[in-house]
Design a binder for this molecule. Structure first.
Ligand SMILES: [Fe+2]
Ligand SMILES: [Fe+2]
Length: 251
């Protein structure tokens, strides 16, 4: 099974880019299933229902989130029926901690986990949470989106769960790393990158981020405008032998 996992989708304009190009990308790369991180879709933070529906209509089978899961509070109203998994180590009963996706009678369990290093969010331990989930999950493949800042935390998680899950893909930094690898048949990359405006700072408008760093004046950030868009992620080939390759396209 060939899965395209797209990195954090930043801004509504990126949905329009996906509308134009996703079908041809799926054909060219012979993709069976598309997954994505959707924490930055609506104005760069969170996921409004309207945009969730638009991503669904593109055929995206499952979405993971991150530290911006609840940035648009309307997500609480539609989360229950949505094909979204929220970070499993957030201490809430809302939403799904495991999203089960059926593809040709093969079951994929999608899990989202938040790192605790440099992320100012009260969270349960990702390792203890994963242990509990592994005791419950029944699936052919398990994919974890580890949404974290520190590569050390992501790699520790990777080596701890290598051989126990099919793939661990890092998200959150919006910068794709060059360390895609397989160990004990578990695919791994520290960060799959982002889908959003290419000339930007992690998707946000360049000038306002520079102003923040130079002056400490916190202007509200806005998503940068194109014209060029970056689509980044990974392609996972899951089967007897799991494989991973990074995916990057400028449109
Ligand atoms: Fe993000
Ligand atoms: Fe994030």
């Amino acid at each position: 099974m060939r899965i395209l996992y797209l990195g954090d989708i930043v801004g509504e304009a990126t949905i329009e880019i996906l509308k134009k190009h996703l079908d041809s990308i799926k054909k060219e790369w012979r993709i069976n299933l598309v997954l994505c991180n959707a924490e930055n879709v609506t104005k760069g933070k969170g996921l409004a229902f309207k945009h969730y529906k638009e991503l669904k209509s593109l055929g995206i089978a499952g979405m993971s989130m991150g530290n911006h899961t609840f940035s648009k509070s309307e997500i609480k109203d539609y989360l229950e029926d949505a094909t979204i998994c929220i970070p499993a180590n957030i201490n809430t009963d809302l939403g799904k901690k495991v999203l089960y996706i059926n593809y040709n009678n093969q079951i994929i369990a999608l899990v989202n986990m938040l790192g605790r290093v440099f992320l100012n969010t009260p969270l349960n331990c990702p390792f203890q949470t994963m242990d509990k989930l592994l005791a419950e999950i029944k699936a052919d493949y398990i994919i974890v989106d580890f949404h974290g800042e520190a590569t050390s935390e992501k790699k520790a998680f990777f080596y701890d769960y290598a051989g126990k899950v099919s793939a661990i893909v890092g998200t959150h930094t919006h910068v794709q790393t060059a360390d895609a690898q397989v160990y004990n048949n578990t695919c791994y990359i520290s960060d799959i990158g982002m889908c959003g405006p290419k000339d930007s700072i992690l998707g946000d408008d360049i000038e306002s981020v520079i102003t923040r760093f130079k002056t400490g004046v916190f202007e509200p950030l806005s998503v940068a405008n194109g014209p060029d868009y970056l689509l980044e992620g990974v392609i996972l080939d899951l089967g007897k032998e799991n494989k991973i390759e990074s995916f990057r396209k400028v449109l």
